[in-house]
Design a protein around this ligand. Structure first.
Ligand SMILES: [Zn+2]
Length: 154
């Protein structure tokens, strides 16, 4: 089931990028690896302890500085690095601010309905943030951990 799922924004250019960037002629993967849905999928599967055989992505965001495209495609890599920084900064923010500040700063994350418990919603966002940061701590290269040490340092 897992190999059949995909929400990748770049699925339509994965094979072309595999050929152009990594000289992989018959790449069978379907995930670019560095769009937001790919990053979130990797975090979720890591948290669920899904075997590594399902962790097949063209670009490894956890080792972006060691990837050949870091040197050959600097603009693309910069976009990826900014995306990683945005995610980590957002998760760090969600973890560290009190619930009333969460609602003030991110009202679009809250559903204002009598049947929704805001504190449970906040707890879910905080769990998500912990999972993202823990995944980056577990899977990132030493260089990635150094660059994002303000969030990833234990
Ligand atoms: Zn993708």
């Amino acid at each position: 089931m897992i190999p059949l799922t995909s929400s990748c924004f770049g699925y339509y250019i994965v094979k072309a990028n595999a050929q152009q960037w990594f000289s992989m002629i018959d790449y069978k993967g379907r995930h670019c690896g560095d769009c937001l849905p790919c990053i979130i999928k990797r975090v979720s599967l890591h948290h669920a302890n899904v075997p590594n055989k399902y962790d097949d992505y063209l670009v490894d965001v956890f080792n972006i500085f060691d990837s050949p495209i870091f040197l050959t495609k600097p603009e693309h890599s910069l976009d990826t690095i900014v995306r990683i920084a945005d995610i980590l900064r957002f998760c760090q923010c969600l973890l560290n601010i009190p619930i009333h500040d969460l609602i003030i700063n991110f009202p679009d994350l809250y559903i204002f309905s009598s049947s929704v418990d805001s504190s449970k919603l906040s707890d879910m966002y905080k769990r998500y943030s912990e999972e993202v940061i823990q995944c980056f701590r577990d899977k990132s290269s030493i260089k990635t951990q150094e660059v994002f040490s303000s969030v990833l340092a234990p």
